[in-house]
Design a protein around this ligand. Structure first.
Ligand SMILES: [Zn+2]
Length: 213
């Protein structure tokens, strides 16, 4: 290294990245992920069979945990809905698909995950995490997410492919994560505990990291 002198040293130290070196080594550095907490405002989504817990409340709790974990892993996270938005809309209206869509399309994201809770009208026995997708090209990723959750939870659920509106925005792989069935007593109880929410978010984050490598 040449002798830089005082001015040179100043210039040199200015150009040194301060914290970005550590950040670049985080598993999701440079990745942007949209987290969409489904429903909200006047739209509760489905309701728990036993306790009447609102789906939109659970969605936001899990989405917020996911946001925090993804940020710790180095990702930039864009939320379509936060506590503040939800409270402002509570008695007025729901967040429209257009509003969610504008946020997703403006994010230039690497992945979009829409957090929801399931309900099965026909059986109270069905439980577990289920992955929904729209585009065939992301079938492999969706299958991988589903297999990982099935293995972790001892379930045998299948992915569902359909024309889900929220998955139509942007060009990134997009999935709906149905975190559990509010028609199943065990899921309904577990989903209301921080421990189970964290368990699901940890599994999801591990898999996101693998898929976005
Ligand atoms: Zn929903």
């Amino acid at each position: 290294m040449p002798d830089l002198g005082i001015n040179g040293l100043k210039l040199f130290s200015k150009s040194l990245p301060k914290t970005s070196y550590a950040n670049e080594n985080l598993p999701l550095s440079g990745k942007t992920i949209v987290v969409d907490a489904g429903h909200g405002g006047s739209d509760s989504g489905t309701l728990g069979l036993m306790t009447g817990i609102r789906e939109d409340v659970l969605n936001l709790e899990i989405a917020t945990l996911l946001e925090s974990n993804l940020k710790k892993m180095g990702a930039s996270v864009v939320m379509t809905r936060t506590k503040e938005i939800t409270e402002a809309l509570r008695n007025e209206r729901k967040l429209s698909f257009e509003e969610r869509g504008a946020i997703i399309e403006g994010s230039d994201a690497d992945m979009m995950l829409s957090i929801h809770q399931n309900f099965n009208e026909d059986s109270s026995k069905i439980k577990g995490v289920q992955i929904l997708l729209r585009d065939k090209e992301y079938l492999d990723i969706a299958t991988q997410f589903q297999n990982t959750f099935n293995n972790a939870l001892g379930t045998r659920l299948n992915i569902i492919k359909d024309q889900y509106a929220v998955l139509s925005f942007g060009n990134q792989p997009s999935f709906i994560i149905e975190c559990g069935f509010l028609s199943n007593a065990e899921d309904e109880t577990n989903l209301q505990t921080k421990e189970y929410q964290e368990k699901l978010v940890d599994i999801l984050c591990d898999e996101i990291q693998k898929q976005l490598k």
